[in-house]
Design a protein. Structure first.
Length: 372
């Protein structure tokens, strides 16, 4: 009972510190929203309005329908018909992202049930644009080929139909894919900086000496300092997700309980990491550098936020196992997009719990009741 009273008193003192320092409140509540908006609007993998030029060597009704199909959606803009000699110039000048060459006999091959080929020349100077253009042209060519063949074969009484469905993000919007990763990325940085800076500031100002004069244990100090920032971090999670759903139309299909468990465990681990850094450094400048390096880079590069973990080298895949943002990103996408609950996401929650306990143990073990 006395231990709980001391923890509550420490937490109340920390709350007063937070309220007296508006910079901490901005760091915890303002910066996540600002970064979410900047990333949400500024980072996008959606490529629309890409100029396509066509070299139509077949000059058939089917080739004209193919050209119309490619440019009927928002992805591509019709760059006009050109000669074969102009194709290279269009790509070099940047006036076309790709040139589609429809070869002789395209319609005849389709009518005979034979393979009909398209030649696609793509500007590879922009890797992201080239990759998406290649994927979209291949997909649309396959769909058109099936449909064209179906019309011809249907006269004999048979039909072939190909249908595809994209689950969870049917419009392939970048914001829906990025917001869960941005949320984990921003909260990781903010949570680590919160405890790293505030506790390091107390070491520099000498207020830790007064705390050591009281009959308070190391674990009580650690818990008492983490509780207020856990509350602030929880408000930050709700604020960021609320803005994401309001501004970017982010869906929420899963379990609120799973979201709450994952968020609390992730915040506990990152706040504990910041406290551990402050205990080691006892200096705001060094704590800032260490907190930024240990939270920003792993959360962006090794969490699956931007780059799929499966595509990383094997060594980096092993390293991602100890990155808590990896499990939080997977959990957020599961809850928000796929409609998962704890029955599917318990391995992520278990990994976040292990990291949080490890940070608590390390912070308590390194917390010495000495000033030197």
């Amino acid at each position: 009972m006395r231990s709980l009273t001391r923890i509550w008193a420490l937490a109340a003192k920390e709350v007063r510190h937070v309220l007296r320092d508006p910079r901490s409140l901005y760091l915890a509540l303002g910066m996540p929203v600002v970064m979410l908006l900047l990333f949400g609007y500024g980072v996008s993998f959606d490529l629309d309005g890409l100029p396509l030029a066509f070299v139509d060597l077949d000059q058939s009704q089917t080739s004209r329908e193919l050209r119309q199909r490619f440019t009927s959606g928002p992805e591509f803009v019709d760059g006009g018909l050109i000669d074969e000699d102009e194709a290279e110039g269009r790509l070099v000048s940047g006036r076309a992202m790709a040139v589609i060459v429809i070869e002789h006999g395209f319609e005849r091959h389709l009518r005979r049930g034979e393979d009909a080929h398209l030649q696609v020349l793509i500007d590879g100077s922009d890797n992201n644009g080239a990759t998406q253009t290649r994927a979209k042209t291949e997909m649309m060519g396959r769909i058109f080929g099936f449909q064209a063949a179906t019309r011809v074969v249907s006269a004999s009484g048979s039909a072939i139909e190909a249908r595809t469905w994209t689950r969870f993000n049917p419009e392939s919007r970048s914001a829906v894919f990025l917001v869960p990763g941005i949320t984990a990325y921003v909260l990781a940085i903010v949570a680590v900086l919160l405890t790293a800076l505030t506790v390091a500031r107390e070491w520099e100002r000498g207020s830790m000496a007064q705390l050591f004069a009281t009959p308070v244990g190391r674990l009580e100090i650690v818990i008492g300092k983490l509780i207020p920032y856990m509350v602030v971090g929880t408000l930050a999670v709700l604020l960021v997700l609320g803005v994401g759903m309001w501004v970017f139309d982010m869906p929420f299909r899963g379990s609120p309980l799973a979201l709450a468990v994952l968020s609390v465990l992730f915040l506990a681990g990152m706040l504990g990491q910041g406290l551990f850094i402050s205990v080691l450094t006892r200096n705001q400048m060094v704590a800032t550098q260490a907190a930024t390096m240990s939270s920003m880079l792993p959360s962006m590069l090794l969490s699956g936020f931007v780059f799929p973990i499966e595509n990383m080298p094997q060594v980096l895949q092993y390293i991602t196992v100890v990155v808590p943002a990896r499990y939080f990103v997977e959990g957020l996408r599961g809850v928000l997009l796929r409609g998962n609950g704890l029955e599917e996401l318990w391995p992520n929650a278990l990994a976040l719990l292990a990291f949080a306990l490890l940070m608590m143990v390390l912070s308590t073990a390194r917390f010495r009741r000495t000033i030197a």
